[in-house]
Design a protein around this ligand. Sequence first.
Ligand SMILES: [Zn+2]
Length: 302
Amino acid sequence: MRIGIDIGGTKTAALVLDDTGATVGHVSAPSGRGATQVLATAVDVADRAAAAVGGWTSVTHLGACMPGLVDPTTGWARHAVHLGVGSLDLAGGLEAATGRRPHVDNDVKAAALGAHHSLGPDAATGTTAYLNVGTGLAAAIVHRGEVVRGAGGAAGEIGHLPVGSGITCTCGQEGCLETVASGTALHRMWPRPAGDLFPAAAAGDRLAGEVVATLARGIAVAVQVLVVTGAELVVIGGGVARDRAALEAALAADVTARAAASPFLRRLDLVSRTRVLDGDVPVAAIGAALLPGRTQPVEAVV
Ligand SMILES: [Zn+2]
């Protein structure tokens, strides 16, 4: 059995995969705040997940992921702002509590691995990107089953490509892609609850239509960047991607309109290379479970 722990901004989940890659257990709890509580919650959900499958002696592999800078080599996590974690020895703390040395990684990188393997065996040799449209905008790329890290782990940080929006970004630059394509951008542009956006746009609300168009353009540009840098398929997840059908339609509308004047863009075939995840698929926890050396792809879920 493998256990993958996904420490998210609001929820911490532990998922159990059996040796065939099938999900056989899932436990979650509200995430703690601060290093001590974050770790205690992760240990608690992992303990309960292990207990449900016969105890820690049944568990052969343990992985964990969380937001922020996570060093897979040292096992330390840093700068997880929304969890109130400055620094945390994530691997060391989990090892002390469970007796298992876990593999740890950043949550978007783990989610990319989970998304890649969730595509089934046919995708296992290809290059998949996972684009997370959450509070911020970040991507990770999996090539032949391995997460591409790049210089200082920066591969996939496309949210901070300056594209000229004129808005100052949290990273200190101006006009980053994240300032038009993220939950933070949506919150700035749309005064009503986020869940109202796509229904309002469909009902003809002018502001909602403009916000959807801006958001879709930014996400489509992110997809385009990932495809021209080698991704054969881009899987989109995150809080802003909850309304799967509406987001897919908005992305297709943006790409189709631009492609009408561009044979280059038509050749990229972005629409067929884009999948919006079903919001219920726990790709980060699946990826965390698969971090400690993979055996085979899990059953196809996207
Ligand atoms: Zn930025």
